[in-house]
Write a protein that binds this ligand. Sequence first.
Ligand code: BTN
Length: 250
Amino acid sequence: MALEIKWFDTIDSTNSEAFRQIESAKDFTTYAAIFQTSGRGQKGNRWESAVGKNLTFSILIRPVLLKATDQFLVSQIVALGILKYLRGFGIEAKIKWPNDIYVGNRKICGILIEHYFSGANLSVSILGIGLNLNQREFASDAPNPTSLTLETGEEYLPEIELKGIIYSIKEYYDRLNVKAYKSFKEATEQSYIKSMYKFGEIASYQETGSEEVFEGKITGIDKNACLVIEKSDGTKKSYAFKEIRYLLNH
Ligand code: BTN
């Protein structure tokens, strides 16, 4: 099936554009921009990207068979699809929970997924992805960025790479068929955990609102998709996204 990709020279945000087309867009339509004037990141941050250097795009999918409670499966599929795409360049990336993509200690890709529901099920998910492609220098407040170019020394054509990354996500997503749903979900969760940044390693964390830095290791994610960290005294605690911060330079 041919991919439907709509390119924009300049747009506010591809996630916002996908939302404007939510009624009529076909499953897997992609909205891509050379430049976003109001690119959005997680936690209400802005997503900055040099004009024409990187990939900034959103895929609109209709995962209507998924329960609202399974929405984290969508994040896992997207992150694992991107990891597979990067592996094609010899890059072994990791997923910094919930869905940043890291190479070593540097962020190469950010993901902002926005879900819409119909009753107890998902109706639409907008998969907003910013992948650093050809950018070599970043604004000083960007947290530890890297790009495909910085990792491999090559330059890339955005139109070609966009198709590659969409196919990789789609290939993963298409395996989501109802009959094998339970085993697919379990296998996806295992792959996700195996690919987690800092999994099983002692690292430094800080709870939101606390000055205290503590050491612990990630042991997995719980049934609510919260991050589980085991402290050095053996106690385990689950954290929602806004409750915990990784300290990268400790
Ligand atoms: C993050 O904070 O790491 C998530 C960044 C997500 C950025 C992408 S770029 C394409 C899409 N449109 C947006 O406005 N945001 C996402």
